[in-house]
Ligand binder design. Structure first.
Ligand code: NAD
Length: 315
């Protein structure tokens, strides 16, 4: 049984990590979050020590490290995006592997820095890239891989649309602050960019058409795909047919006009991620490099406006 610590334990995504730790037969010994509304711990690890101050958490983790046979094996990181690299360094310096939420970091040069500390400590950094474990997307990768074997120059046309409406709170929280979340493409798009490159190859061209606080849209040329993408947290973009069903999220990927239906199958992906990591089959720094480079570039590119091949939702 492995011992885990959890940073950012009171937030939205942390219970999926608690569940994954439990589902894989391991235990959570310590958790950190400056916010103490963490009653959800009772459903998973009521015995875990909880800290609202980093310094007290650090003292606890250090003690475990020094009590032989009692060390923290993994630190799971669910804090705001801009803090991940610092929390990862804490994990590795504490003798643990790190399991970080997406986006692993905000910029590719942060990955270069993390490579140094991985080498120094001999500990590993794992990234949750859960779409790579989604059964529909694994099947799509196999299908495209087989087609490319027969036709190595084939290029697909893809439209990616992800609308997930968020209220005013989003722009007051760290998620609406580009310096903390990386902006819309980094915060809600990174999974999709990772998945598309994983299936269709590396990015060769990156154009941004729209970049506002609540909506990003653009065009990516991949080795085997031309992708028009549109990401938004603005409720106004949700199609009426979706709104009329009382839904506030719309996710669609079409490949050469064919819809890839993958709205289900999300519930256990964190547990699957943990199973893979524990087997030595997780995703590391090199796996994250491509999508982090893409979203970092999107953040820094000037939008060109509605020119060229833009997504049909752009207005
Ligand atoms: P959240 O704001 O609900 O939770 C973040 C938590 O971190 C908060 O409880 C906050 O108090 C805490 N925190 C802030 N500063 C901290 C610090 N210095 N030390 C320790 N904790 C600190 O956000 P969330 O939606 O749970 O997102 C957390 C992470 O998970 C983000 O990186 C986000 O991108 C990622 N995420 C991943 C998925 C996914 O599908 N894999 C979904 C949502 C969020």
């Amino acid at each position: 049984m492995k011992n885990f610590a959890l940073i950012g334990a009171s937030g939205y995504i942390a219970p999926r990590h608690m569940k994954a730790i439990k589902d894989t037969g391991n235990t959570l010994v310590a958790a950190l979050d400056p916010y103490d509304g963490i009653g959800v711990m009772d459903s998973y690890f009521p015995q875990a020590s909880f800290f609202t101050e980093f310094e007290r958490f650090d003292r606890f983790v250090d003690k475990w490290r020094r009590d032989s046979g009692n060390k923290i094996d993994y630190v799971s990181i669910c804090s705001p995006n801009y803090l991940h690299d610092s929390h990862i360094r804490f994990a590795l310096r504490s003798g643990a592997d790190a399991i970080s939420e997406k986006p692993l970091v905000l910029n590719p040069w942060n990955i270069d820095q993390l490579k140094v500390i991985e080498k120094e400590t001999g500990k590993k950094i794992h990234n949750v890239l859960q779409l790579r474990l989604h059964p529909t997307l694994i099947a799509l990768k196999e299908k495209i891989g087989a087609e490319l074997k027969n036709n190595p120059d084939k290029v697909y046309d893809i439209d990616l649309t992800y609308l997930t409406s968020r209220g005013k709170w989003y722009f007051v929280s760290w998620k609406g602050d580009e310096s903390k979340s990386g902006g819309i493409a980094s915060n809600i798009g990174v999974h999709f960019f990772d998945m598309l490159s994983w299936i269709f190859g590396a990015v060769t061209e990156n154009i941004v058409h729209i970049k506002t606080a609540d909506t990003n849209a653009g065009y990516l040329k991949l080795k085997h795909a031309n992708v028009r993408w549109f990401l938004s947290v603005n409720h106004d973009h949700i199609p009426d047919a979706v709104k009329n069903k009382g839904l506030s999220t719309y996710r669609s990927i079409t490949v050469n006009g064919e819809d890839i239906e993958f709205s289900g199958g999300f519930t256990d992906l964190h547990t699957k991620s943990y199973e893979a990591i524990l087997k030595g089959d997780g995703f590391g720094l090199d796996d994250a490099y491509g999508s982090i480079t893409t979203v970092s570039a999107i953040r820094n590119l000037d939008p060109v406006g509605l020119k060229g091949d833009y997504h049909p939702f752009c207005k």
